[in-house]
Ligand binder design. Structure first.
Ligand SMILES: N[C@@H](CCC[C@H](N)C(=O)O)C(=O)O
Length: 263
């Protein structure tokens, strides 16, 4: 059976979204990798499959381009809200998220961040607000789980970091038993500049959960005030958070085209 898909993106972080609520071939790692391949497949950073949910309006499953299934994806969540054309609750492995249409995209309640070393998870106990570890000039990151695991390095100039070389080293360090998303950020006035090496996808134009993790870390460290604009290579997101509230993310989403998979 031919499977219909939608190509969408949030700030250039791009997705193939398959609506499997009425059936379709099961997704597994090799199939996800084949669809995500930019030379021989449709091509995307993440593959998203929508399924029926018992606890929310829809279940969103997320595979990175390397075929690993993961817990959360901020940019894809906005795309799913745009695709559905209405406010909705979305079940993910990282928790149930709530989204609503907002301007040319969506606003999402991304849930509460977790800061315990077991929550990230890390291989052993340490201070997650200033981890006593480093990789060359990248030192003492802030670790936080916003549905998925992130480390955030605050540096003078995020654009000057060789993230293509250091990102994969940090992502796969044994300190992170489930690997990790790597964020490098610098302050730009009251805003944040951010680049992300994504676990399982590499350098992307934008990462919604990375923006959430970085904003939470910067607010907690007293570097910026909420709400904060997070400027990524693909554009900007607004993140609002306070310790007693869930993270709130808003930003654009774009439907590019629809088609049928030939497999
Ligand atoms: N691009 C996403 C995050 C996708 C998952 C991530 N690479 C992981 O492995 O946790 C976003 O917009 O949040």
């Amino acid at each position: 059976m031919a499977q219909r898909f939608h190509k969408m993106h949030g700030l250039g972080n791009d997705f193939v979204i398959i609506d499997a609520r009425h059936g379709g071939a099961p997704m597994e790692a090799a199939r996800a990798r084949a669809i995500a391949d930019r030379r021989t497949g449709v091509g995307c950073d993440q593959l998203i499959v929508l399924e029926p949910s018992d606890v929310a309006d829809v279940r969103m499953r997320i595979w990175n381009a390397d075929g690993t299934e993961v817990e959360s994806c901020g940019n894809a969540t906005r795309c799913v809200v745009l695709l559905e054309g209405r406010g909705l609750t979305i079940e993910t492995l990282g928790g149930v998220l709530t989204g609503r249409l907002d301007g040319d995209g969506a606003s999402i309640d991304m849930g509460h961040p977790r800061f315990g070393w077991e929550d990230i998870p890390l291989a052993y106990a340490m201070d997650t607000a200033a981890m006593p570890v480093g990789w060359e000039d990248l030192q003492a990151p802030f670790a936080v789980n916003v549905g998925n695991p992130h480390v955030v390095f605050f540096v003078e100039d995020a654009d000057a970091v060789d993230l293509a070389r250091l990102g994969p080293q940090i992502e796969t360090d044994p300190l992170f038993p489930e690997r990790v998303n790597v964020n490098v950020a610098s302050r730009e006035g009251g805003a944040l500049r951010l680049r992300v090496w994504e676990r399982g996808a590499g350098l992307t134009q934008a990462c919604g959960t990375g923006a959430c993790a970085t904003a939470v870390a910067a607010i907690r460290k007293g570097l910026v005030q909420s709400p904060v604009e997070v400027r990524l290579p693909g554009g900007a997101l607004t993140i609002d958070w306070a310790p007693d509230r869930p993270i709130h993310m808003s930003g654009p989403a774009v439907h590019v085209f629809s088609g049928e998979l030939v497999e």
